[in-house]
Design a protein around this ligand. Structure first.
Ligand SMILES: C[S@@+](CC[C@H](N)C(=O)[O-])C[C@H]1O[C@@H](n2cnc3c(N)ncnc32)[C@H](O)[C@@H]1O
Length: 281
């Protein structure tokens, strides 16, 4: 089946190199949410699981360890370029029970009643038709199997994203157009009641949405790499897509300054807020 999210496919293919190189920074930001979502899935030895939007496969490897050699994990991603790093992780971890599949979760048949569970760490907010996508996930699950994922709460609750974005906006002196609240992107599932309606329409029951708010603590020594990562993905990357190198450098410096202005005892505290979602097929 053809991919329907072609814009996202191109976008993430373009991010694969930097996402792989900056994996450690991303993992500090999204790692805790991923671990919490995994606990809520509670993978068991022998299970067959799917990791939706698996990217470079850090969570796929962990799922594979949890299900053991008697189980299997299918990592699905719309950007095959992410799999280069994923294959390295699989080799390093010595896990042989993973299949990486280049597919659009929304439009590719993932199998019917095949999986004992579905998981995602911030990989399910990029669908042009979320009901179609989650219906497809639902169809791929055995009856009674769980879906567990993490997704972002709104931008205003996530200083770690809004502080760099505001710094870049000040340099460019343009306010970027805000996408519609349900447009594919990091905040597409940020409104819990709207998300509940999507999952309900896709056939899921026992929908449990938990709020998690905390602070991302970044050491002073990590500010520079945080600024570099902000330039490569999300709102800041899109804003600077066609900017000349001088403007990019000015934006980078503005981001560093904004983060440094928040230093207390050699650390920056940035709000971070996500949702942990669990539902049953
Ligand atoms: C924010 S990244 C998260 C990657 C990975 N889950 C992690 O935690 O490192 C989002 C991932 O979702 C993938 N993605 C976006 N839309 C997708 C779709 N329709 N089907 C499959 N994967 C998709 C992207 O290619 C990207 O790898």
């Amino acid at each position: 089946m053809e991919f329907v999210n072609t814009e996202q496919a191109a976008y993430w293919a373009g991010r694969a190199k930097s996402w792989s190189a900056q994996e450690a920074v991303h993992d500090r930001v999204i790692g805790p949410a991923g671990r919490m979502a995994m606990e809520r899935l509670d993978p068991r030895p022998g299970q067959v699981l799917v990791d939706l939007g698996c990217g470079t496969g850090q969570t796929t490897v962990e799922l594979a360890r949890r299900v053991g050699p008697g189980g299997q994990v299918v990592g699905v991603d719309i950007a095959a370029a992410m799999f280069e790093r994923a294959r390295q992780h699989l080799g390093d971890a010595g896990v042989g029970n993973v299949e990486l599949v280049h597919a659009d979760v929304q439009s590719t048949n993932l199998g019917q009643g095949r999986f004992d569970g579905a998981y995602s760490r911030f990989g399910v907010m990029f669908f042009s038709d979320p009901v179609a996508a989650f219906s497809n996930v639902h169809a791929s699950l055995k009856s009674g199997a769980a879906l567990s994922f993490a997704c972002w709460q709104p931008l205003q609750a996530n200083d770690w994203m809004s502080v760099p974005a505001q710094a870049a906006i000040a340099v460019l002196d343009v306010v970027p157009e805000m996408p519609a609240p349900d447009a594919p992107g990091p905040f597409a599932l940020a409104e819990p009641e709207a998300m509940r309606r999507v999952l309900d329409a896709a056939g899921f029951c026992d929908i449990d949405i938990a709020f998690h708010d905390d602070f991302l603590m970044a050491p002073e020594t990590g500010i520079s790499e945080m600024a570099d990562a902000a330039l490569q993905v999300g709102a800041v990357q899109r804003m600077l897509e066609n900017a000349d190198p001088k403007t990019v450098e000015l934006a980078r410096q503005a981001i560093v300054d904004a983060l440094e202005s928040r230093l207390v005892n050699a650390e920056v505290a940035l709000s971070r807020a996500f949702l942990l979602v669990r539902a049953v097929a």
